[in-house]
Design a binder for this molecule. Structure first.
Ligand code: SF4
Length: 221
C-alpha cells in the first residue's frame, strides 16, 4: 500500500435494527459500527484515565456480525446496502434505506468518498459522533453527543444529544447550531436517579427533549 492509499475501513459490526434513541427513535436502520475511538481505547484497564469513562459499547476489533475490513468506500457501502436488502420487506419498501454510522468514533474513518458511495447506493446517511473530529460534507443527519472534556469540532448539525449528567452543563450547548436538543439519562447504577433528574430538567427547560434508550427497554441490539 502506498502512502497515498487510504487505509481500509475497520468495522466492528453491521446489523439491521431500529434506531433506539433520539429524534429518529423507532426508525429502521442499518447500524455500521466503526472500530476505534479517540476518547477511550476500549480497554477496561484504561477506563479510569479515559476522556470518556462511561462507555457501554464494544468497539474494539472487527469481529462482530457483519464486521471486517473493507478496502474501499464502495465495498463498505455495498455491505451496508446488502444488510438492508437482506430483509425482503425492507428491500421492497418505498422508503430509502437508512444507515447510521456510529462507533467508536465514526469521524475517525468516515470520509467524503464513503458518503458519496452510500448515496450512490441509495442510502440516506446519518452519523452519531462525539463531535471531536471534523466530518465530511453531505451527511444527511448529524447527531453530536458530546463526551467528557473533548473539545467540539462539530458545532452544527441536526441533533445534539447529551448523555447526562457527566459534568457538562446543558446550557453551554444551547448556542450551537442544531435543530433539536436531547437530554439522555446516563445509564448505570444511578440510572433511576438520572432519569428522574433528566425528566425534571426537560420540564423546566422545554428546549430540551427527553431521550431514552428504547432498545435497552425492548431488548433489541
Ligand atoms: S465517545 Fe462514544 S464510543 Fe467513544 S468511549 Fe465515549 S461513548 Fe464510547
Amino acid at each position: 500500500m502506498s502512502a497515498l492509499t487510504p487505509k481500509p475501513f475497520a468495522v466492528k459490526e453491521i446489523y439491521f435494527t431500529l434506531q433506539g434513541e433520539g429524534a429518529h427513535t423507532g426508525r429502521a436502520a442499518v447500524f455500521c459500527r466503526f472500530a476505534g475511538c479517540n476518547l477511550w481505547t476500549g480497554r477496561e484497564s484504561d477506563r479510569a484515565v479515559a476522556t470518556c469513562d462511561f462507555c457501554d459499547t464494544d468497539f474494539v476489533g472487527t469481529d462482530g456480525p457483519g464486521g471486517g475490513t473493507f478496502a474501499s468506500p464502495v465495498a463498505l457501502a455495498r455491505a451496508v446496502r446488502a444488510c438492508w436488502d437482506a430483509d425482503p420487506r425492507a428491500r421492497a419498501a418505498s422508503e430509502a434505506p437508512y444507515v447510521v454510522f456510529t462507533g467508536g468514533e465514526p469521524g475517525l474513518q468516515l470520509r467524503a468518498e464513503l458518503v458519496e458511495a452510500c448515496h450512490a447506493a441509495g442510502l440516506v446517511v446519518a452519523v452519531e459522533t462525539n463531535g471531536t473530529v471534523v466530518l465530511p460534507e453531505g451527511i444527511d443527519w448529524v447527531t453530536v453527543s458530546p463526551k467528557g472534556d473533548g473539545a467540539l469540532a462539530v458545532t452544527r448539525g441536526h441533533e445534539l444529544k447529551l448523555v447526562w449528567p457527566q459534568g457538562l452543563d446543558p446550557t453551554s450547548f444551547e448556542g450551537l447550531d442544531f435543530e433539536c436538543f436531547f437530554l439522555q439519562p446516563k445509564d448505570g447504577v444511578d440510572y433511576d436517579v438520572n432519569l428522574d433528574a433528566a425528566m425534571r430538567y426537560c420540564r423546566a427547560h422545554p428546549r430540551w427533549r427527553l431521550s431514552v434508550q428504547t432498545h435497552k427497554y425492548l431488548g433489541i441490539p
